[in-house]
Design a protein around this ligand. Structure first.
Ligand code: NAP
Length: 271
């Protein structure tokens, strides 16, 4: 595994996404044992960043993660959770964090993220709550997701003694927002790319440039797509996988480089 800097801590370049592990917006108990197993396998393979949210499986995903991580040294894990859009005010955010900690059976989160803005969002109150939780050491870092550039700048202004350490947005070969990347680079904010495989679309043949580079480097399409992402200085990715062979395949994106001209071609894939 390779790591990047987030604030004063380190985060693996590849984490495990957990959307739909344990359900979508409602708990789904049908795959419970398999889900716990895949999270354990990911950690054993070195994927020690687990990304979740209070909304995934309506809290059940956090409970599955608690079971999966119970046999590991908590200090060696990087656990991210997110506060959903109906809890974006001071009191509700504090309460939501304590509920997540309880479900995850941990006494702190490595990163706590505003999941997405909602119509009743009180950004000032929410950021003040996050600042307070950070001062109490209940959350080691603060992040935001799906916010506009203006909202990110405003959010930072509402923090007094702490800062935004991470932005989590969709970013992959087919979906980019270079302005947010620039904002992150300028402000030393880590960018966490969600949906890095475009829900699996980038992990199969069918995109000519990906297919050509996969052949050239003797790699899979997902390895090319993820290597392109993590080759960028301040970007890490959180692909979701529910099969061990997918976890192993994705890990094969680490530790090698393509020629500059190929990264440039990938940068321009959509133009
Ligand atoms: N902040 C937000 O609003 C937000 C929004 C969306 C997602 N996220 C986070 O980002 C994570 C990742 O996004 P995502 O789950 O939407 O999509 P994704 O990671 O781009 O794609 C996941 C899909 O790719 C497949 N896959 C993974 N590795 C593969 C491989 N090597 N070969 C073939 N198929 C492979 C998975 O299949 P299998 O399951 O069969 O292995 C799954 O169907 C989420 O789980 C969640 O934690 C956050």
């Amino acid at each position: 595994m390779e790591y990047k800097q987030i604030g004063n801590a380190e985060i693996p370049v590849l984490g495990l996404g957990t959307w739909e592990i344990g359900g979508r917006f409602e708990a789904d108990h049908s795959q419970k044992q398999n889900s716990i197993e895949i999270i354990k396998q990911a950690i054993e393979l070195g994927i020690t960043h687990i990304d979740t949210s209070e909304i995934y499986g309506n809290g059940f995903t956090e409970e599955l993660i608690a079971e999966a991580i119970s046999s590991f040294d908590r200090k060696k894990l990087f656990i991210t959770s997110k506060v959903w859009s109906n809890h974006l005010n001071y009191d509700a955010t504090i309460k939501a964090l304590h509920s997540s900690l309880k479900r995850l059976k941990t006494d702190y989160l490595d990163l706590y993220v505003i999941h997405k803005p909602g119509k009743d969002m009180d950004l000032k109150g929410t950021m003040e709550a996050l600042g307070h939780l950070n001062e109490q050491n209940l959350i080691r870092a603060i992040g935001v997701s799906n916010l506009t550039e203006q909202q990110i700048s405003d959010a930072q202004k509402f923090l007094n003694n702490s800062r935004i350490s991470a932005v989590q947005n969709e970013y992959n070969l087919l979906k980019r927002d270079e302005e947010i990347i620039e904002l992150c680079n300028k402000n030393d904010i880590l960018f966490i790319a969600y949906r890095p495989l475009k829900r699996g679309q980038l992990a199969k043949p069918g995109i000519p440039l990906l297919d050509r580079l996969a052949k050239k480097y003797n790699k899979t399409q997902s390895q090319i797509a993820l290597n392109w992402l993590i080759s960028k200085p301040k970007i890490v990715a959180i692909p979701k996988a529910t099969k061990k062979e997918h976890l192993q395949d994705n890990l094969g994106s680490i530790g090698w480089k393509m020629e500059d001209q190929d990264y440039e071609a990938l940068d321009k894939i959509n133009q």
